[in-house]
Ligand binder design. Sequence first.
Ligand code: GLY
Length: 443
Amino acid sequence: MRILLIGNGAREHVIAKSIIESTKNPELYSFISAKNPGIVRISREFSIGDICNVSKVVSYAIDRRIDFAVVGPEAPLKAGISDELEANGISCIGPGGMAAQLETDKSFARNLMEKYRIEGVPQFGIFDSKRDAVNFIKNFNGDFVIKPAGLTGGKGVKILGEHLKDLNEAKNYIEEIFDECVGSIRKVVIEEKLIGEEFTIQAFVDGKNVIGMPMVQDHKRAYEGDTGPNTGGMGSYSDSGYILPFLRKDDYENGIRIMKKAVDAVKKETGISYKGFLYGQFMATKEGVKVIEFNSRLGDPEAMNVISILQTDFVEICNNIIDGNLKDNIKFDKKATVCKYLVPEGYPDNPKSNSEISIDEREIGKIGGHVYYASVKEENGKILTSSSRAIGVVGIADSIFEAEEIVENSMDFIKGDLFHRGDIGTRGLVQKRIEHMRELRGH
Ligand code: GLY
């Protein structure tokens, strides 16, 4: 069996590893935009090029007689990679462009939720005119969040009182979104600011069945104490079992129900079955679970938390997605996980790229750490940073705190102009979340 993986971050590295560990002995082919050393060394063959160049990727897949493809990031999905592969008889783990609008156009997702009466929608407005958007915020009762409708790599969402000091800064940001076409769609979604704790549920979807994975919490801010600019995610953790320590089983069940309704609604609205991974980002608030957004892929870093502890054969799951035959029998190790990203100094605003890093994977392995290469490239035997997140380090243990310790100990064996958040997964931070939810829920 020949499997093509599209994408070259740490999320794709963990996917690649789970593919080659399959008992079905598949051959891994990778289409990547930079030479990720972790992916390359386990691929039978790799091709470096633009992963959004649909015709190039599809020709490569046809040429190598690929059985099915797995798409990591959202950009190739938006470009229609899944549609084109399927049109050429190659199955794809990843939805077609219309279904992927759940992520690629935030206005589509909100309109869909409203039209099909899916619960968990915050108050929102969608605007394709600067003037109407500015009028909306002037009259908005309370704090709000401004989201460009298109893709911004997780860095486009700005919150009044956090990233935006006052109404004037909010107005300027709206103008920037329209003038510079931020996210490549001249449209903005403005929503009420949700108060609570964020969590992620990722799921395998076969068009009908939605099989959830353990809950994860990501940390978007660059610096400790959840301060600094937004990033793609600095690190994440999951607990042993499916539920995070500050959340409840019914939060998980509500999240899954919402995701199922979204998959059904996509089918009704577009006629297309959603197949692949679905990522629900939620806020547990005092009024219940609300949807922050959907993504049409696995999360990054959250994929590293869950795929690292997946017991069921990943390739078998992919086959079941393709056949529309997913069952609720997918198993994960009952372990807690912590993932932390090492990022270049200056990230995200002024990252130090092309800087050499060194990693002693053997020593890290000895203490139980796992290394996933992200936006780095291998050149003349050296590993160099780029402008984005560099290395994901994962610890797996009985508790979040033990997993965190493994990650921190692993950091001693990675050298370079990098930094990471020391606080993710520590007792102090987790306790803060527990108290926050207790205060919100009043018990
Ligand atoms: N961790 C955020 C994302 O994958 O979108």
